[in-house]
Design a protein around this ligand. Sequence first.
Ligand SMILES: [Zn+2]
Ligand SMILES: [Zn+2]
Length: 437
Amino acid sequence: MKSVAELKKFVIDRIESRKEEIISLGTELLNNPESGYCEVKTAAKVKAELERLSLTCRTGLAVTGIRADIKCGKGDGPRIALMGELDALPVPSHPFADPATGAAHACGHHAQLTQMLAAAEALLPIVDELSGSLAFIAVPAEEFQALDYCRKLIAEEKIRYCGGKPEFIRLGVLDDIDMVLLIHAGHDTFTPESYNGFCMKEIVFEGRAAHGGLRPWAGINAASMARQALNMIDAQRDTFDDKDSVRIHGIISNGGDAVNVVPAKAVLELQIRAKTPEAVANACKKVDRSVKAAAMAFGGKVTIHNLGGYMPYVSNAKLNKVHGDNLMELTGKVLGNFGHRGSSTDMGDVSMLMPALHAYSGGFAGSPHGADFVVEDPVLAYVEGAKLLAMDVITLLGDDAVKGKEIAAETPVMDKETYLKYKESMSSKEEFKYDQA
Ligand SMILES: [Zn+2]
Ligand SMILES: [Zn+2]
C-alpha cells in the first residue's frame, strides 16, 4: 500500500513522462473548435481518449456530453467528477479559428479537457489505493452563445436550458456526484471567491408602423418604448445594494426597420447579473416593471422572454485549500484569491448543489474571449493543471478519503428541487398589452 505522498509522486512522474503526448492532445483539441451543443469532433476525441483507457463512456448527454466512471478499490468515499468544457466561442479573427464556422478556443476550454484526460490517465493505475469513485465528464455549452441555436434545440425538446451544466443537473447526470473539480485556462493560478449569476432576457416591444414624416401620430413607436425602458432601468441603478454586485447590460438588437417608418418593433437583449439568486430575481423585477411601464406609457405591447441564465458561483473554502496546498507542494506558488467576479459561469449552477472547484491555471496570454487569447506556455496550460487535478483527487480520496468525506458532508446552498424551481422561474415568457391611444 502506498502513502499519499507516494501516490502523488506517481501521478506527477507519470504526467511528466507523457508531457509531449499531453501537449499534442491539447493542440489537436485547439485545432478543432466547435460552438456550444455542436461539439461533435471534440466529443469524439474525448470519447476515443477515455476508451483508450478502457473506460466505458455514456455519450450524447445533453446532446454532446460524455461521462465515464471508475470505482476506486478501497471502500466507500465521495464520488468526484473531474470536468472539462467542450465548447469554443465565435471569434473568427482568432489565429486558431475554424475558417468555416469562426469558432475558436478563445476561452481555452480545450486545455480543461486536456488536463482532465491527462489526470484520468495518471490516476487509473492507482485507483485501487483510493476510496470512493471518479467520473470523467466532458460538458457542452458553457459560453451561453448561439442563442438562436439553443432556442431551436429547446423548441425541439432536445434541451431545456442553454448551459450544459444546468442541463446535466436537470437530466440527473450529476445526481450521484458529491463534488466537481475543474481548472480553467488563464494567466495565472488562482481561484475566485464567487461569480455573479445572471438571467438573460429578450424584450420585444410592439407598436404600430406609420409614415415618420407624413403621419407620425398614427404610429406607436416601439423604439421609444425601448429607450424609455432603458432610461427607467438606468434611473434605478442606485437602488441596487453594492454588496449584491448587480450588473445590467445589453444591446438594442432591433430598433426599427426603416428611417421613414415609425418603428413597429424594437428588441432589447439584456443580461441581469448579481451575486445571489435573490438579488438576480430582485433586479429582474425592476427590469420587468420598467419595460411594462414603458409599454403602458405608449399604449404598446411588450413580451418578456426569460431565457434562463446561470446561478451565482460560490467557492468552497476547504476545496480551495486542498487545491492551494497542492499548488504549493508542486510549484512553491501561493494560490491567488481573486475575490468576487462580475462575470458568470454555469459552474455556479453546480456550486449551488455541491462543492465545486473552479480554479485557474496559467500558461495563456491575451484577453479571454479575445483574438489574442492563446497558449503561451503549453506546460503550464496543459500539464501543470493535470498534475494538480490528480493530486487534488489523491488528497480527497487517499487516506480512506477522510478529507473528501469532510468536504462532501457540507450542506449545499440549495436542494435540486429548489434549484429547478428557480431555473423555471427564469425560463418563462410573459406578454403585456396596453390600450392604444
Ligand atoms: Zn468564456
Ligand atoms: Zn471559459
